[in-house]
Design a protein around this ligand. Structure first.
Ligand SMILES: [Zn+2]
Length: 443
């Protein structure tokens, strides 16, 4: 493919299999098949033939096969699409689904009261849809069908636009089949230009699975899709919430401004027929399921938040414990230190007291000794004085007695003289008398 749907031939490299249009930003498959290759002439061998629906979907792409899809699509994407369709067109409108596959959406729309039919490329899958849901499905392409211009209210293209080899031609043809205020309802992958291929691969982005270059020939951005419809005369594009918003976009297209119905209008329309009421019940169940899903997600987030808070608080608690332990340790150390200091203080106080006491006792002793010394000194003086007195007395007495002795001697010498000497010499011998005489004569 050398030319973009917009006419540009200027491309930027994007991935091994896609280029990005420098002008409109659409991704263009480099391996894309031609319109001839994509039409189904032989259901057994052609690309969109029987094998595409039976083995390709499950074996090559990992999706449920068409039998399972005919059941599971009804309860999720078909109800999502129907809810949006009801907002723009009430039951009774004439709707054609292009690329209706097994036909479950056609069946649901008919159940709700729409005049709905489908188109598919493979005769095999058309038969499958007819047998499975008993709904009108035609073998396409739509350009080959004899549909009066302006006869359809809605054409739905769910996961179809990206497969179209010439989207401008096919969608312009669809617009011709619509009534003047008719609309297209489209789901297609959404390329976001801010994503690089390397970033997508690194993040394992959901959009990667849309890069199926043999099937998905154009991957539009919101802007490039809007530009395409403006180019073919439908300037009103209203984007709705896509059921797979991580890689899809979902929008309505019209040549005139949109008019929408209120929920009361929709409920009244569905309640007017028995099958409509059943459809409303299915929609109600889907809403309930989504609410419960949202609730589950919110609870999950709440649990995550609480778990995070708990973990943080746990970590905080652990940190506080460590702090408490560290402080306890410090207090213990300081306590031990205090005890040691206390002991030291006690010891020092004891030593000081002892020193004070010993100082006091020394003082006492010094005082005592001083007193004693003083006493002794005074005693000694007294004694000395007394002794001196005594000595004086003695000396005086001695002097007196010596005087007496000498007086006595004198008297004796006078008294006795030679008479006494002769008497004693006569009585005791001369020698004894001599001794006595010497004594008396002593000075
Ligand atoms: Zn382009």
């Amino acid at each position: 493919m050398t030319t973009c749907w917009c006419g540009s031939t200027q491309f930027l490299p994007f991935s091994p299999e896609y280029a990005e249009c420098s002008d409109c930003g659409t991704l263009i498959s480099l391996a894309g098949k031609s319109a001839d290759e994509l039409s189904v002439d032989d259901d057994e061998t052609d690309f969109y033939g029987k094998a595409y629906w039976l083995s390709h979907q499950s074996d090559d792409l990992g999706y449920p096969d068409i039998h399972k899809r005919a059941r599971v699509d009804l309860t999720e994407r078909n109800l999502h699409w129907l809810k949006t369709l009801l907002k723009y067109r009430l039951p009774g409108a004439k709707v054609m689904e292009l690329g209706c596959s097994h036909g479950s959406f056609v069946a649901l729309m008919r159940h709700a009261g729409y005049d709905a039919s489908g188109v598919e490329m493979s005769p095999w899958v058309v038969d499958f849809g007819k047998q499975t849901f008993n709904v009108p499905i035609f073998v396409g392409p739509i350009e080959n069908l004899d549909i009066p211009h302006g006869s359809l209210d809605v054409i739905a293209l769910m996961d179809v636009m990206e497969h179209l080899p010439d989207p401008v031609a096919t969608l312009a043809h669809c617009l011709k089949l619509l009534s003047p205020n008719g609309m297209l309802l489209i789901q297609t992958p959404q390329f976001r230009r801010e994503m690089t291929y390397a970033e997508l691969v690194k993040a394992n982005g959901a959009f990667l699975e849309q890069l199926k270059s043999d099937e998905h020939l154009y991957l539009f951005t919101k802007d490039s899709a809007s530009r395409l419809f403006r180019q073919i005369g439908a300037e009103y594009v209203q984007f709705e919430a896509a059921i797979f918003s991580q890689y899809d976009m979902f929008f309505a297209v019209s040549r005139v401004p949109f008019e929408t119905y209120s929920q009361e209008d929709i409920n009244a329309a569905l309640c007017s027929v028995p099958n409509g009421r059943i459809t409303l019940a299915l929609l109600d169940l889907r809403e309930r399921e989504l609410a419960s899903e949202a609730d589950r997600i919110a609870r999950g987030e709440q649990i995550e938040t609480l778990t995070r808070i708990t973990k943080e608080s746990e970590a905080d608690r652990a940190a506080r414990w460590e702090q408490i332990e560290a402080l306890t340790e410090m207090i213990k150390e300081s306590e031990a230190d205090r005890v040691v200091r206390g002991e030291r203080i006690e010891r020092l106080t004891g030593m000081m007291n002892e020193s004070v006491a010993s100082q006091a006792s020394l003082g006492e002793q010094v005082r005592h000794l001083t007193d004693e010394l003083q006493n002794t000194e005074s005693d000694r003086k007294e004694q000395v004085a007394m002794l001196n007195n005594k000595l004086e007395k003695i000396n005086a007495e001695r002097a007196a007695s010596e005087e007496q002795v000498s007086l006595v001697r004198k008297e004796l010498r006078v008294l006795f003289g030679h008479r006494l000497f002769r008497l004693i010499a006569k009585l005791a011998g001369w020698r004894e008398a001599k001794k006595l005489e010497d004594k008396i004569n002593q000075p």
